[in-house]
Write a protein that binds this ligand. Structure first.
Ligand code: HEM
Ligand code: HEM
Length: 307
């Protein structure tokens, strides 16, 4: 690894890819083996989805006809009831998840059940309604419900992709707390390097250098070799030219190189922090929508039957 700062091993998230299969524990090998229970969960969800679409098609093309599908038909009631059951099954993951210390083995299967049946719940609610929004209070509920499903799907994509992007910046992804610590350390060093600097130097540090630092991905595979990135930025600001012109004193060449190093590192850490925010931000929205939809579901059922 060619990063410029060397965090202690204790601050790193363990690497996802063990280097040698010899070192894999029994548990890891078991996890790598083909998962029949995973396949079972997705197959069951697929058949449920086929039944949901089939029932709706029956209502639309045989029993009720165009424009008459909806919550108050026989198929509508079945799909509404099924959505209610799916909500219970999918939300049970949350409860299971909290108990994972006791029932570790189940968590991964429940996660698959959560993903697969959660998506089916999105389709069955949509087809239950017609699909149509109907009265505003029902329509708003359907929108909230679909947002719950969409945040789940987006969250799954985020939780798969963002850790990969993190490890492309630092070969072993740092925890958010460690990124914050390193950001603080970098800022402190930059502030110290700036002590007693004239306005021209401050301007070089605040404007010239940052304007030439690109996003980590821009550097391709070289982004892991920080030394090469620093050289790139040093060339882009024409560091030697700045010295030759006297904008930077000749005895400050090492200072300039170190400053570029710190600013590059700071930029990359900022990017990592953004990824960490994205990683954390979606789940509270997903959980808030879950919480919102529960009383709304009860309210919906009560209102459609009683009011
Ligand atoms: C997440 C779950 C659900 C969502 C998002 C949802 C959504 C909707 C929407 C948008 C409508 C309006 C469609 C229209 O005006 O024809 C509707 C109607 C209806 N829903 Fe649901 N629903 C859900 C669950 C349920 C459940 C569990 C039941 C009860 C078994 C139910 C019973 C009904 C009935 C009877 C209507 C017809 C109301 C009317 O025409 O005035 N729904 N639903
Ligand atoms: C009926 C629909 C859904 C409900 C009620 C629901 C509810 C929840 C709840 C309460 C949590 C928090 C679990 C915890 O931290 O203990 C959660 C987590 C999660 N949900 Fe959903 N969800 C639904 C649909 C979906 C869908 C369709 C997807 C993606 C396809 C999804 C993906 C996720 C993911 C990835 C997590 C984070 C799991 C983790 O990191 O442990 N959810 N969901």
């Amino acid at each position: 690894m060619a990063s410029t700062t060397a965090p202690s091993p204790a601050t790193k998230i363990p690497s996802a890819k063990p280097k040698s299969d010899k070192k894999l524990s029994d548990k890891t090998l078991k996890e790598r083996a083909f998962r029949w229970d995973k396949l079972g969960a997705w197959l069951a969800a697929f058949f449920t989805l086929a039944a949901v679409v089939g029932l709706w098609a029956l209502s639309r093309f045989k029993i009720d006809g165009y424009g008459r599908t909806g919550g108050d038909t026989v198929v509508g009631y079945i799909l509404g009831g099924l959505t209610l059951i799916l909500y219970g099954a999918v939300a049970a993951y949350s409860w299971r998840h909290k108990k994972r210390a006791q029932k570790r083995g189940m968590t991964r299967v429940w996660m698959e059940v959560h993903l697969a049946f959660g998506m089916v719940a999105g389709v069955s609610a949509l087809l239950h309604s017609g699909p149509k929004l109907g009265a505003p209070i029902h329509g708003a509920f359907l929108i909230a419900w679909e947002l719950l499903i969409i945040t789940g799907i987006v969250g799954k994509l985020i939780s798969v992709n963002v850790p990969r992007r993190l490890t492309r910046i630092e070969d072993e992804a740092l925890l958010a707390e460690d990124v914050a610590e390193r950001q603080k350390a970098m800022r402190l060093e930059i502030e110290q390097l700036l002590v007693d600097c004239n306005e021209t130097l401050v301007n070089i540090v605040n404007v010239t250098i940052p304007s030439k630092i690109k996003a980590p991905a821009w550097y391709g595979k070289r982004r892991m070799k920080r030394g090469e990135v620093v050289e790139d930025v040093y060339k882009a600001i024409d560091g030697d030219g700045l010295i030759a012109k006297g904008a930077v004193p000749a005895d400050k060449k090492d200072w300039l190189k170190r400053m570029v190093t710190c600013l590059v590192e700071e930029e990359f850490l900022d990017k990592m922090m953004t990824y960490h925010y994205v990683l954390r931000a979606w789940l509270p929205v997903h959980v808030a929508l879950t919480t919102l939809c529960f009383p709304w579901l009860i309210f919906h059922v009560v209102t459609v039957f009683l009011i």
